[in-house]
Ligand binder design. Structure first.
Ligand SMILES: Cc1cc2nc3c(=O)[nH]c(=O)nc-3n(C[C@H](O)[C@H](O)[C@H](O)COP(=O)(O)O)c2cc1C
Length: 121
């Protein structure tokens, strides 16, 4: 059998994290992935699996054509079982047709975390 597309001569890349910032030093971390083939992007899977978030709350999001978020969020949680996941939000392509509504949805979602982080009286 022949491949339809020639496979380029790809070098194995150094997977040293692109950032030296430690998520555990932050108050809240957002991790997102596009939905690819009803699953999360391999680079995001690697990042989640290799990262120690400590007790830092982690909010998950994904972008997608139309479907696959359940499996993506389940996979994200499964590869980072220690992460303190506090929320999930999926954005489908359709939502981009109404940018104002989408912006409001994102702002409300983020505002919920800000309220959560406020010291209680
Ligand atoms: C290889 C590939 C597979 C995809 N699989 C899905 C899928 O299973 N479900 C879906 O709703 N969207 C799927 N999409 C659409 C992407 O999720 C969507 O384009 C992406 O979230 C938008 O981010 P981008 O602008 O970085 O592409 C796929 C896109 C690509 C390129």
């Amino acid at each position: 059998m022949r491949a339809l597309t020639p496979i380029p001569n790809v070098e194995i890349q150094d997977l040293t994290p692109a950032t030296s910032k430690a998520p555990a030093d932050y108050d809240l971390v957002f991790v997102g992935s596009p939905v690819w083939g009803l699953n999360l992007a391999p680079a995001v899977r690697s990042y989640l699996g290799q990262t120690n978030f400590g007790s830092t709350p982690v909010a998950l999001f994904c972008t997608m054509g139309s479907s696959g978020q359940e499996k993506v969020f389940a996979s994200m949680r499964a590869v980072a079982p220690e992460a303190n996941v506090v929320g999930e939000m999926a954005v489908a392509a359709e939502a981009i047709k109404n940018p104002q509504a989408l912006q409001q949805k994102v702002a409300d979602w983020v505002q919920g975390f800000v309220k959560m982080a406020e010291p209680s009286e």
